[in-house]
Design a protein around this ligand. Structure first.
Ligand code: ATP
Ligand code: MG
Length: 556
């Protein structure tokens, strides 16, 4: 393990420092605390990798804690999906915890706050309470209930918890400082009445703790040493520390540290906004391959390795920034290059007929992956009638066009050198077929002198009668703007790219018949494609993961 200060990110430096300076941070313990109100997205991958990698590095426990304090938006199906996504990323948690398991303890602590004059029941409307909050430059006003006797607050709070008061009638507030320069310290609400069943505690509770009141205490109960969260929680830290200071804590208290969230260009990373896209049917679901959710990225063909590499390259910092989607694409391209089998696939076919080919058909050999020769080879049928890409042929072309033209030679990948001879056109003068000749001595891998002849271009192709017709979904960016949710006067939905999905056919060599959902292939010279979950051997469907080359770097 390299522990030189330069190679450590700022959080590791804090940890190393804490470990060397005192013992109160030992033993280390971390947690990843999602709210089960949606599916995890690429931003969460950063928080997951950060916490779980620290656990691995320092051999410390990492808990998965569901921050489930808001029964209106939370569901068990999200709990299951979150667990599946973390496992898929390659991590395992030490304990599976739920904030809701601490509801009783939190309730007892709330009674302690009331008894010790650190909390009171406010019986004003939420509008009035908000009005009295003041502004960052003007102090707030004390509630008329602020000095109500503890016994009365306590009785009302207990009655609230039993459902004797309707929603909105009363709230429990921490009694801190209505003049604090930190607005969050101006007597924050810590409990509200909610008559909603909870996905785990069902209808046991009629009051639910607020996030701020729950989070730090949950960290404390689990004896988390370093509680890592995103920068927007920085102003919450005073409150986090205040609760732990006034409560009768006996053990060591956790320490909150903030890091910059991961923002990815041309998308949004907020569960609420992603849910809106699903609800408004802008995408087909949370796992639509255009979505920046983990399940969407998985269906698109991203691998756990590529996402972990991406997060590592993006780095852990203290300042917000926007990471280009090109970096994400670089990472998956890099990984798939090493692992994806190659196939020939023609997306926009034109017929190519080899007029001097006398055989019926033959089988040629191609490497499954030239980066990994141990993957072996595949058999590729060849015949007189092929398809090539329409864009790979021009009747006339300048010298820079290294693909097929009349009178010039190119190599057919894994096959022979051919020469363009003539074309057949329909009555509208469109080319419908290209005629060529081949040199039978030039077969790839035959070792002959002729096969070593250098030609400028190599084309992919498929044999017409052997080709498998498949459906391919091609994706573009989901949004037309690099930061669609950063415009004051517009909604992120105003920037949805209307052409982010195109469906077309591809004609692929028959080795593809074994393709199973979830597997990735390189369509040679085209890009990487993943077999969709709805694909079957009778009806193969592919999602395009990424182009072979970065066509976006120029635009970003
Ligand atoms: P969202 O706004 O998408 O719902 P959230 O922060 O409310 O995000 P949580 O489920 O509360 O979602 O997040 C769990 C953890 O993941 C938190 O510690 C949070 O700070 C972290 N996290 C969320 N979004 C990002 C992001 N874009 N980059 C890094 N960490 C993130
Ligand atoms: Mg949240």
């Amino acid at each position: 393990m390299d522990n030189s200060p330069l190679s450590l990110n700022f959080i590791e430096q804090i940890i190393e420092n804490d470990l060397s300076n005192d013992s109160c941070h030992k033993p280390l313990c971390f947690r990843f605390p999602p709210e089960p109100n949606g599916y995890l997205h690429i931003g969460h991958v950063k928080a997951i990798c950060l916490n779980f990698n620290l656990g691995l590095k320092y051999k410390a426990p990492v808990n998965l804690r569901f921050d489930d304090t808001n029964p209106q938006n939370e569901e068990s199906k999200y709990v299951e999906a979150i667990k599946q996504d973390i496992k898929w990323l390659g991590y395992s948690w030490t304990k599976e915890c739920y904030a809701s398991d601490y509801f009783e303890q939190l309730f007892q602590w709330a009674l302690f706050l009331i008894d010790n004059n650190f909390a009171y029941v406010d019986s004003q409307s939420s509008e009035l309470i908000a009005e009295q909050k003041g502004t960052p430059t003007a102090p707030g006003l004390d509630s008329p209930y602020r000095n109500r006797p503890s016994e009365i607050s306590k009785q009302i709070f207990i009655d609230m918890s039993k459902g004797k008061h309707p929603e909105g009638a009363h709230v429990l507030r921490a009694k801190i400082d209505m003049k604090s320069s930190n607005m969050l310290m101006r007597d924050p609400i810590i409990y509200r009445v909610l008559d909603k069943p909870h996905h785990r505690t069902d209808d046991k509770w009629k009051v639910y703790p607020m996030y701020d009141w729950t989070h730090g205490q949950s960290d404390y109960i689990e004896q988390v040493s370093h509680s890592l969260c995103t920068l927007e929680f920085k102003p919450h830290r005073d409150l986090y520390d205040w609760f732990l200071k006034v409560l009768p804590t006996k053990n060591r208290t956790p320490q909150q540290t903030e890091f910059a969230r991961l923002n990815l260009s041309y998308t949004v990373t907020s569960k609420r906004k992603l849910k809106q896209m699903v609800d408004e049917k802008i995408v087909s679901g949370w796992d639509d391959p255009r979505m920046p959710t983990i399940c969407g990225l998985r269906r698109r063909g991203y691998t756990p390795e590529s996402l972990r590499q991406f997060v590592e390259k993006a780095g852990i910092g203290k300042r917000e920034n926007l990471i280009g989607a090109s970096l994400l694409e670089f990472c998956i391209r890099d990984h798939l290059n090493k692992i994806a089998p190659r196939v020939n696939a023609v997306m926009d076919p034109i017929k190519l007929t080899i007029i001097n080919y006398k055989n019926n058909e033959e089988y040629l050999e191609g490497e499954i992956n030239p980066e990994q020769l141990s993957m072996g080879s595949r058999r590729i049928p060849f015949s007189k009638n092929l398809y090539i890409e329409r864009e790979d042929f021009k009747e006339e072309a300048n010298r820079k066009f290294f693909r097929l033209t009349i009178g010039k030679e190119v190599r057919l990948k894994n096959a022979y050198i051919i020469k363009g001879e003539s074309v057949i056109k329909d009555k509208n003068n469109n080319i419908v077929e290209v005629l060529c000749t081949y040199d039978k001595d030039t077969r790839s891998g035959s070792g002959s002198e002729a096969s070593k002849r250098k030609v400028k271009g190599t084309l992919h192709w498929v044999s017409q009668k052997h080709a498998i017709k498949t459906k391919v979904k091609i994706y573009d960016r989901l949004f037309l703007d690099p930061s669609p949710d950063q415009h004051k006067d517009k909604s992120f939905l105003d920037f949805v790219n209307p052409k982010s999905l195109q469906i077309q056919n591809a004609y692929i060599e028959p080795s593809i018949l074994n393709a199973k959902p979830g597997e990735s292939y390189q369509f040679q010279r085209v890009g990487y494609f993943n077999v969709d979950k709805n694909s079957s051997s009778l009806n193969l469907i592919f999602n395009k993961t990424v182009d072979l080359r970065d066509n976006w770097a120029r635009k970003e």
